[in-house]
Design a protein around this ligand. Structure first.
Ligand code: DSN
Length: 414
């Protein structure tokens, strides 16, 4: 696929950078848990002429003429999203997971209202009430974390905090929590304190769609997600909700926080939802999970502190304090070897968010290129070798050659 043939004609500088990035994506093991490879159909839709049109409003109720085909595309995306997740209502217009969460808050909260979300340092997301984000600036945010021994969510504690702070919305979902979230328990807690429940499944959505991670849809008032992580679609967002919330959600998205929807991205989301209903997608998600479990087990055997002792999803979290390595140094060295992960705070971290004590490793992207258990064991050996030789550029460079050879055997965007 030629990604830059037209760009080259008008802007060689940007074309060259895209080509270099393509090479980076081809020659490295992308193991950032939130990243994936969108397929050619998704990329074609995102680069399509649908970008030319304003379609403010919703199907059948637009503010501009000429939206006949856009109405149909959005209707298809909505129907597929509802069917895929078994939801009563879908809004496919949020441009990101962050905006999806903002819209949910706007739909029911007033400034200063209390919300309760997972602490960022325990694995939550910025938009779950961090003071660095509008969710923590506009609303009064309270937090729950994980148990210091097990690193699991302590639902009794969540309940006690909820009883004390009486949140209007409880947020569950995380960016760095490797285990199944008990959505039913969260719903019971929300009901007990009269709160609405928002489940942010940005990380888990693909696994949820494939039925291998429990769905919050039967329990939560609102479910938000991105569409580009495990779901493997375009970079964007989605809100699912019960029908009773549909009007409030729709007006919170438009005109509440957004103007013209990105219709080329909505078309790509429609394609993504169609693909996510296939048997092939289910097989892919199962392999994502198997690969993550295999990696966790292999690294545990090598003595690494894999938090919670494994994973129920696509990611693992390693506390590197016993190895006397910071997350930052580990991520930099692994990148030199061609294994791209991100530094990540671990619960009760003693380092700053720029340094951190851990790394988060995910399997969605490498699985998309066909990697299975056999290669995962090799990758575990390489991760271990790099972390044991963190200052030895020549040994790291040897691993990089092996990574490049492996990537050649599992090509992407041929
Ligand atoms: N930035 C995403 C992640 O890496 O988990 C969350 O939005």
């Amino acid at each position: 696929m030629n990604f830059v043939s037209y760009i080259k004609k008008v802007d060689s500088e940007v074309a060259e950078l895209i080509e270099k990035e393509l090479k980076r994506q081809q020659e490295n093991l992308l193991m950032i848990a939130s990243e994936n490879y969108a397929d050619e159909a998704i990329l074609q839709a995102t680069g399509s002429i649908l970008t030319n049109k304003y379609a403010e409003g919703y199907p059948g109720k637009r503010f501009y003429q000429g939206t006949e085909f856009y109405d149909r595309i959005e209707e298809i995306a909505i129907e597929r999203a509802k069917k895929l997740f078994g939801a009563e209502h879908a809004n496919v217009q949020p441009t990101s997971g962050s905006q999806a969460n903002q819209a949910v808050y706007l739909s029911y909260l007033q400034p200063g209202d209390p919300i309760l979300g997972m602490d960022l340092s325990a694995g939550g997301h910025l938009t779950h009430g961090s003071t660095a984000s509008s969710s923590g600036k506009i609303y009064k945010a309270y937090y729950y974390g994980v148990d210091p021994e097990t690193y699991l969510i302590d639902y009794e504690k969540v309940k006690n905090i909820a009883i004390k702070v009486k949140p209007k919305i409880i947020v569950c979902g995380a960016s760095a929590y490797p285990r199944q979230i008990d959505f039913k328990k969260f719903k019971e807690i929300a009901d007990e304190v009269g709160a609405l429940l928002l489940a942010d499944i940005a990380h888990y959505a693909g696994l949820v769609a494939a039925g291998i991670y429990d769905s919050p849809v039967p329990y939560a008032d609102f479910v938000t997600t991105t569409t580009h992580k495990t779901l493997k679609g375009p970079r964007s967002g989605l809100i699912l909700s019960q029908e009773i919330h549909s009007k409030k959600i729709n007006s919170a998205v438009f005109p509440g926080i957004q103007g013209g929807p990105l219709m080329h991205i909505i078309a790509a989301k429609a394609i993504c939802f169609k693909e996510a209903m296939t048997e092939e997608f289910k097989i892919y998600q199962k392999q994502v999970l198997t690969n993550a479990k295999t990696l966790a087990d292999a690294l545990i055997k090598k003595g690494y502190k894999v938090l919670t002792g494994g994973t129920d999803c696509h990611l693992i979290l390693i506390d590197l304090r016993p190895n006397n390595i910071t997350g930052k140094d580990a991520a930099i060295s692994l990148e030199k070897a061609g294994i791209v992960v991100n530094k990540n705070a671990v619960p009760f971290d003693t380092q700053s968010p720029f340094i951190t004590s851990g790394i988060r490793i995910g399997t969605p992207a490498i699985t998309a290129r066909g990697i299975k258990e056999k290669e995962i064991l090799l990758i575990a050996d390489w991760i271990d070798f790099v972390l044991k030789n963190i200052n030895d550029e020549s040994k790291i460079s040897d691993i990089n050659k092996k990574v490049k050879d492996l990537c050649k055997k599992f090509p992407v965007y041929k």
